[in-house]
Write a protein that binds this ligand. Sequence first.
Ligand code: C2O
Length: 348
Amino acid sequence: LAVAAGTEPDDSNKNRAKSRSRRTASSARAARPLARACFKPPLSVSRVLWPAHRADEHLDLVEKYKKALTKMRELPADDPRNFARQAAIHEAYCDGHYHLLGAAGAGNEPFDVHFSWLFAPWHRMYIYFYERILGSLIDDDTFALPYWNWDAPAGMALPAMFEDSTSPLYDAKRNPEHVNAYVNFMHPKDGVLIPWMKMRDGKNALGASDFLGGNFSPAVDRNSGTSGKLESAAHTGIHIWLGNPSMCKDKDNGKVCELDMGFLGTASRDPVFYSHHANADRLWHIWSTRLEGRNFEDQEWLNTSFTFYDKDKSLVRVTVRDFLDPAKLGYRYEDDEEKKQPWEDSAP
Ligand code: C2O
């Protein structure tokens, strides 16, 4: 897989990104060699991600997150670890900024990390580096993100820790009607995700393409791509729920709509984005372990690589193959695959 600007994922300037993407394939290829450092995941598991709705039991961790995020927001604007630049990575990979190179990109198709089998691994990489940077800013290797546990009844609302308007975890651009509401479409009995998590094909879990998404191809477009259920069934619903684009009444008249979570391009400006994706990541992990879902073995998927800035600001190239097992990346979920999930007992 070749992506035109995949070597500079931090770009936040739309025009710069656009003009770069207009380069010919060969000049973009010549400008490619930016990944400098080898990827060195931690040697042992030291980060335990925890459920955001149980913040009361983890007050010290909430404080750590606030402290680390404040530091991240205060970094100079040209530091790739700065929060705005971290958020811009996501925008760059989904808002038509990067285009495909070479034969696959003969038509200069925009590149996107949604709507295909790239969704789960790319987002795992993205939050991995985000979390590691935060940890290094407070000099704490054990720093781990809270996950928005929206598949458990107690977690089916925006976690309170994100609601305090004086906190760095706050974002004003959320749908006010939903900030204190129940995520009704996630109901354990007839919610949109649970039937897919529980679905069996004979005695097997949902297959890789159905769960993770279909093979990436230039023909995949934003509206008709082959998203897996992990992405389309609950993940996307949460985005829309918290930042409902239909609230933006004058959108068709060119009004800029800023309801962060409601648009892929702006979603990662809301700190809850990372906790939302930590939960999607956790469900991928549960599917591939406890539910015995089988990841793709396709070399094209396994060898797909992306570059990210690491905690020491060096660019590292990582492959999907490197990102299949949280334990090898030094983290686990507090409520991990060993434990039966609340939805497993609800009627299908
Ligand atoms: Cu990249 Cu939840 O989106």
